[in-house]
Design a protein around this ligand. Structure first.
Ligand code: PLP
Length: 399
C-alpha cells in the first residue's frame, strides 16, 4: 500500500510517483532520499518563477506578519487584494478592468460560466473538442474527454462542442449561446495552438451573435507562452479571461477578469451571486502581486530564443515524432504511450521531471520555469536526450 493511504491521505491515482519532497528551490526539487530533480514542468505550469523565488517569499513573509484571513471575499478592503488587482489589470487591455479572485482554476471557470449566463440571460455554451477546464461540475461539463465525464453524468445542460480551427463550425455559434469558451492554447490536448485567422473569425462571429468569448488561460497564461497572456499572440481580446495555476506563484489561486459593468451583475439580484470564503486570500494576493512584478520584468526575446533552442534539440532526436511549442509550453510527441512512460521514468531516475498529459498519452509535457538558466536547460536536455536514446535502443517490442 502506498504511503499516502498509510497516512490516511486519499489518492488521485493508483500509481502516483510517490516521491517525498524535502525542499524546492529555483528549478530544483530536493527529495527526502537526497536526490535532486530538475523541475522541467513547474508543477504543471505553476512555478513559473521557479521554486522559492526570494521576492515571492518576501511578499509572503510580510503578509504573514500583517494578517491572514479576516473576512469573506469582498467585504473588507485588503491592501494585498488591491495590489494584486491593480498590477494584474495594468498588464491587461483596458476592456478587462475588473477581476474576481477565487481559489482555483476550476472555480474561475465556474465563475466565468455563471457570469456569462447572468450577464447575457442566455443559457447555452459552446466549448472546444479536446478542451480541458478542470473537475468541478461546471468545468467538467465544458471539458470534452468522454472517459473523464462519463462517471459523473448527468453534467450541466446546454453544452455543445466545436472543433478547433474549423471555420464551418463557427456558423454554429448563434444568439442562443451565452459564451464560447476555450483554452487559448489547449494544454491537455498536447499543446494545440489555434490559427490566427480562425481566432479572428471566432472573435468576429461572437461579436455578430452577441456571444461572449471566454478564454481559459489557467495553464497557458501568466507568461507560459512567451508573452504575459496567450491571447496577445492572436491580436484579439476576450470578454472574460480565466486565470489560475501560475497566478498565485505557488499559492492556490484563480481569477476571472472581465469588464466592470458585466462583473457588476454578480453583485446584485441576488447579491453575492458568486461568493467564496477564501477567494482573494491575502497570502495568495501578496504572492500574485509580487509575481506580476516579476512577469513585467521578463525578457521575452531571451525566453523565445531559449524556447527555440529547447525545441530544436528535441526535434533533432530520432525518437521524436513531433514537437509543438509556443514559448515555454511544449508537447513532445513520441510514437506510442509506452515510449512516453519509458522516457518519463528514465528521466526521473536520472534527475529530471517531465510529465504526462491526462488525455494525450503519446506525448509528454515540458513547461519549464521561465527563470531557468542556459546551463540548467542544457542539464535538463542532456538527461532528456539520454532517456530518448535509451528508448531508441531498448528492446521494447514493435518499435
Ligand atoms: C486549461 C485549464 N483549465 C482549468 C484547469 C483547472 O484548474 P484547477 O486544477 O486549479 O482547478 C486546468 C488545470 O490543469 C487547466 O489546465
Amino acid at each position: 500500500m502506498h504511503e499516502f493511504l498509510d497516512f490516511g491521505l486519499a489518492q488521485t491515482t493508483l500509481s502516483p510517483l510517490n516521491l517525498r519532497v524535502k525542499s524546492a528551490n529555483g528549478v530544483y526539487i530536493e527529495l527526502a532520499d537526497g536526490r535532486k530533480l530538475i523541475d522541467f514542468v513547474s508543477g504543471i505550469g505553476v512555478s513559473t518563477y521557479g521554486h522559492g523565488h526570494p521576492k515571492i517569499k518576501q511578499a509572503l513573509h510580510e503578509q504573514v506578519e500583517a494578517h491572514l484571513h479576516v473576512m469573506v471575499y469582498g467585504e473588507f478592503r485588503q491592501s494585498a487584494q488591491d495590489a494584486a488587482a491593480v498590477s494584474l489589470l495594468a498588464l491587461l487591455p483596458t476592456a478587462l478592468d475588473a477581476v474576481y479572485f477565487v481559489n482555483s482554476g476550476a472555480e474561475a471557470i465556474d465563475g466565468a460560466l455563471k457570469l456569462a449566463r447572468k450577464s447575457s440571460g442566455r443559457k447555452s455554451f459552446l466549448s472546444l473538442k479536446d478542451g480541458y477546464h478542470g473537475n468541478t461540475f461546471g468545468a467538467l461539463s465544458i471539458s470534452s474527454n468522454k472517459e473523464r465525464r462519463a462517471p459523473f453524468e448527468p453534467l450541466m445542460e446546454g453544452v455543445d462542442f466545436i472543433a478547433l480551427n474549423d471555420f464551418e463550425d463557427l456558423q454554429r455559434i448563434d444568439g442562443s449561446h451565452a459564451a464560447v469558451i476555450m483554452e487559448t492554447v489547449q494544454g491537455d490536448a498536447g499543446v494545440r495552438i489555434p490559427h490566427q485567422e480562425w481566432m479572428h473569425a471566432l472573435r468576429n462571429r461572437c461579436d455578430e451573435t452577441g456571444t461572449l468569448l471566454i478564454l481559459d488561460e489557467i495553464q497557458c497564461g501568466i507568461g507560459r507562452t512567451g508573452k504575459p497572456f496567450a491571447f496577445e499572440h492572436f491580436g484579439i481580446v476576450p470578454d472574460v479571461l480565466c486565470l489560475g495555476k501560475a497566478i498565485g506563484a505557488g499559492v492556490p489561486m484563480g481569477a476571472f477578469v472581465s469588464g466592470k459593468e458585466r462583473m457588476k451583475t454578480l453583485a446584485e439580484s441576488p447579491s453575492l451571486s458568486h461568493i467564496t470564503t477564501f477567494g482573494g486570500h491575502p497570502l495568495a494576493c501578496a504572492a500574485a502581486a509580487a509575481g506580476f512584478d516579476l512577469l513585467n520584468s521578463m525578457d521575452w526575446a531571451e525566453i523565445e530564443s531559449r524556447g527555440s533552442r529547447i525545441e530544436e534539440r528535441i526535434r533533432a532526436h530520432g525518437a521524436v515524432v513531433e514537437v509543438r511549442r509556443i514559448g515555454y509550453f511544449i508537447a513532445v510527441e513520441l510514437d506510442r504511450s509506452d515510449a512516453v512512460h519509458f522516457c518519463v521514468q528514465h528521466a526521473l531516475k536520472n534527475g529530471l521531471l517531465i510529465f504526462y498529459f491526462l488525455s494525450t498519452p503519446q506525448a509528454f509535457r515540458i513547461t519549464p520555469p521561465l527563470t531557468m538558466t542556459d546551463d540548467e536547460i542544457d542539464d535538463a536536455l542532456n538527461i532528456l536526450c539520454s532517456a530518448l536514446d535509451a528508448w531508441k535502443t531498448s528492446d521494447a517490442p514493435l518499435h
